[in-house]
Design a protein. Structure first.
Lengths: 234, 292
């Protein structure tokens, strides 16, 4: 078994022989790859390949069955339950189904990230939320509730929520899958701008159009296995 | 903590409909229990007022002179629970009887020798506690030299006391069962609220919230639900009291005593208990939701 050299200043995500089983069924088998800091990284593959499962392992929505993973300096195979919130505060997560809280306004959905992170000043929260809402073009809808927004608008709110905490990594699980091409383009541009500001972007997608936009690294999954290990070309 | 209270209060208002259902459930429960309490309280007052109005009659032995009577009366005045001692001569008793029976008083005209003995009427004070104490006082008077017999509404009092005690015991058991049932209902209602917010809790977890961030506002909400429900239940009871009491009064049912509402101390205790019930309901329900 070959151990990889690890430089936390360079490599922000390391997955090493990571496996995930559900009973007798293998969802992921020996997944190994690195993602460099400030990479724009794709995880691709057909439906059912294990992309979303892999994403869940990265934010500890699921626990891995074997191997080890390091995300922004935190070893996920040894992490304590009390440290999980700290890991998640370093991440911005975007889902295909937006995952906004329907009973809270757009402003509150985004502001919640800052409250969770311990920001107490209402003025700071207001300034930062309005700033990020302006970036995604939804400042005038800050009082709206998610169910009253279109799919594209909801995903822009989700992107704003992922960006507002200035995370080191943004994980986007099929962020454009439910959107029309125009809205998808807008979401992709927002992720590019977050990348330009220094965030590491990890996107799962099977959308060839998105893949054609270019990236600094990519890993293909098929039947839960990694087709090209060490896929980061940075 | 201040922040948790602010978020708890905001959520309390934000989910008005669900919280309204829970508050209504608690309010009805508090109403039922407090109504029991109010009834028991006033039944106790009624019992006390009847005891206060009770008299023990000590019949003097034939031939007991004035000295003996004065001695008996002075002795009885020293006993605890005695409010007043009054002498009623056989002649006064006969006159009273004649007045009471009115037209039939002619029946008494044929009586040559007054059959009614001289007596001492003993009024009881409010601080005499229970049927047993009254019976003990009566026995104490009965053995005094010069007292032939003692009479009081013993059977009636014992029967009423027995019924009251049975009712009080039954009510206590019922209140206990209702409180247990309410705890379960409240815990399940809060659980339903949490189920409806499960997605919100999951999302909040995913963006990095720790246990404290999620549970403290919910604990506060639980307490708020209990307080609001308790307050609403007591207000309902007061409204019912306000409407019913004048009708009881006009029907002449309040001759012996004044019906009163729950004392402030008990009102505060009910509010405190309902807040605690809300909090416990939340505490029991929340643990499973922190697994996400």
């Amino acid at each position: 078994m070959r151990k990889m050299l690890f430089d936390p200043d360079q490599i922000i995500i390391r997955m090493y022989e990571v496996s995930k089983h559900y009973g007798d069924s293998d969802a992921l088998v020996n997944i190994t790859f690195d993602v460099h800091r400030n990479a724009f990284f794709f995880i691709s593959g057909p439906s059912g390949a294990g992309k979303s499962t892999l994403m869940k392992l990265l934010y500890l929505g699921e626990h891995m069955s074997g191997g080890y993973a390091i995300v922004d300096g935190m070893n996920l195979s040894r992490i304590k339950r009390s440290q999980v919130p700290m890991l998640r505060r370093r991440l911005g997560i975007i889902f295909q189904d937006y995952r906004l809280i329907p009973g809270r306004s757009v402003f509150d959905n985004i502001g919640l990230v800052l409250e969770v992170a311990g920001v107490r000043s209402r003025k700071v929260i207001r300034d930062r939320v309005m700033n990020v809402l302006e970036r995604v073009g939804l400042a005038d809808r800050h009082d709206a509730f998610p169910p009253t927004l279109s799919g594209g608008e909801q995903q822009r709110v989700a992107v704003a929520r992922a960006m507002v905490g200035k995370p080191s990594i943004i994980l986007a699980d099929e962020p454009t899958a439910s959107l029309d091409p125009e809205a998808a383009e807008m979401i992709f541009d927002l992720l590019v701008s977050a990348h330009a500001e220094g965030a590491t972007i990890v996107i799962t997608t099977h959308d060839r159009y998105l893949l054609s936009k270019g990236c600094t690294g990519i890993v293909y999954l098929k039947d839960g296995r990694c087709v090209n290990p060490y896929g980061d070309r940075q | 903590m201040k922040d948790a209270i602010r978020r708890g209060f905001a959520d309390f208002l934000n989910y008005r409909y669900l919280h309204g259902i829970c508050v209504a459930t608690i309010a009805l429960s508090v109403f039922v229990i407090s109504a029991f309490g109010l009834f028991l309280l006033n039944a106790g007052d009624l019992m006390d007022s009847w005891k206060r109005g009770m008299r023990i009659i000590a019949y003097l032995a034939p031939g007991a002179g004035e000295d003996a009577r004065v001695q008996i009366m002075n002795e009885i005045r020293t006993y605890p629970g005695v409010a007043e001692v009054e002498y009623v001569s056989g002649q006064e008793a006969l006159e009273w009887l004649r007045n009471e029976i009115g037209r039939q008083s002619a029946l008494l005209d044929g009586i040559v020798d007054n059959p009614l003995p001289d007596a001492v009427e003993v009024s009881l004070s409010g601080d005499i506690d229970g049927t047993a104490a009254i019976a003990a006082l009566a026995s104490q008077i009965e053995v005094l030299p010069g007292v032939a017999d003692v009479e009081y509404a013993r059977q009636w009092l014992e029967r009423f006391d027995g019924i009251y005690n049975l009712f009080r015991l039954t009510s206590m058991v019922l209140i206990g069962l209702i409180v247990a049932a309410i705890m379960m209902i409240v815990a399940n209602t809060i659980r339903l609220i949490l189920y409806s917010r499960i997605e919100e809790i999951k999302i909040t977890r995913i963006i990095g919230a720790d246990d404290a961030f999620i549970k403290y506002p919910l604990y506060f909400e639980g307490g708020m639900l209990g307080f609001a429900g308790g307050l609403a239940g007591l207000m309902m009871l007061y409204a019912a009291f306000f409407i019913t009491v004048p009708q009881l009064s006009s029907a002449g049912m309040m001759v012996f005593f004044q019906v009163r509402f729950l004392p402030w101390g008990l009102v505060l205790l009910i509010l405190l208990v309902s807040m605690t019930v809300g909090w416990i309901g939340c505490y029991l329900s929340i643990r499973r939701f922190l697994k996400f």
